[in-house]
Design a protein around this ligand. Sequence first.
Ligand code: 5AD
Length: 431
Amino acid sequence: MCYAIPGKVLELRGKKAVIDYFGESKTAVNELVNLAPGDYVYAQGGYVIQKINPKEAGDILETWKDMFFELQEMDKNFSRLSFDSSLDQKLRVILDKACDEKKLKDEELLYLLSLNDSKERETFFKAANFLRQKYHSNSCCVHGIIEISNFCKRGCYYCGISSHNKNLERYRMSKAEILEAVKQAYDLGFKSLVLQSGEDSGYNIEELADIIKTIKEKYPLLIFISFGEIGEDGLKKLYTAGARGLLMRFETSNPKLYQELHPGFELANRIEEIRKAFELGYLIITGSLIGLPGQTDKDILNDIRLADELHAEMMSFGPFLAHPDSKLSGIKAPSEDKIFNVMALARIEAAKETKILVTTAFETLSKTAREKGLVSGASSLMLNVTPIKYRKLYSLYPNRAHQEESVEDQIKDAVSLLKNLGRAPTDLSVR
Ligand code: 5AD
């Protein structure tokens, strides 16, 4: 956990810095030269990203001091666990086991995933929220995402920007436009950004590396890349340029389903690329689509396990929402209940450190996705900082949430929701 507040370096152990946040110490990888104990820094995703002057740090810490503990206390109170005495015995035993961090059997996990009674589901979510609080305290990751191009050479059956869609106007942001969007996001307080595009964005790897290098020279930001499968060499080049995270879903852990939706492509290659990225040192955000035709609950459980196995530092599970101009047009979306169940199950089954994202697709499906998701196991949000004129064209699925909202308004809404829940954003500094 690291807040978007300055921490004080207590000591340096080789590449690692031990950092103090109001009495809690955390470690982060340090790649800055001239860092010394006593310095104040921002750390994101386990990386020290910026050294800040002590006066500035002192001022920020002074304003945060009381709020930091107040918010933590509030979240703790909201996350208390109490099981109703009338609760079904079987469910009680399973949730007790989960909260005691004992491994659940497949049939128990599948039972949770299939819950549909509203009272039972509420208790399930409470258990997930209890674990979320226990592992992550009140921290909530808030990344920004810039969708730099909607060109794509792939023909994924579910996707609205796939090469099959001839009705879509294509765009590619220029380097200057990207830098302008990054500047806006940075000035508004973002500390980590995802750059995303369809596969074959119109930029080659050298050009992408140059963009990332320029961003890193200008701004202390943690950069995630999300350009599809770019190969080991591409991953290496972008890592060298300064990217430290990869957002790439494996889409489904079921190889047969994967092949049906991506003819000519292999799930194994995609998984291998995610593994390679982890080995190279990238932080991994991965996950899958929920509600794909033919997908079973067992598949979904396997999705959670695969994301875990791939060392997801953040999991991203979102509903499949049919695009009218895609091959799967007309297929019904999964119920919002299902997605809440998946998020809560992920919290119970995945590694403690894993963050869980409330995806934009889920926000598109459900008005309460954010508020309810954050108290059902989720611990992260992603705000869209793509220039508004391009957002509609990044049409993965129809009517995406936040298409018309300014970045300022999105921040205002997210921060006010987080405050009401007693959460503190970890990579968005609130001024
Ligand atoms: N519904 C929901 N999510 C989609 N994505 C692509 N198409 C859709 C859709 N129709 C997701 C994929 C991809 C990410 C960028 O967008 O999971 O990895």
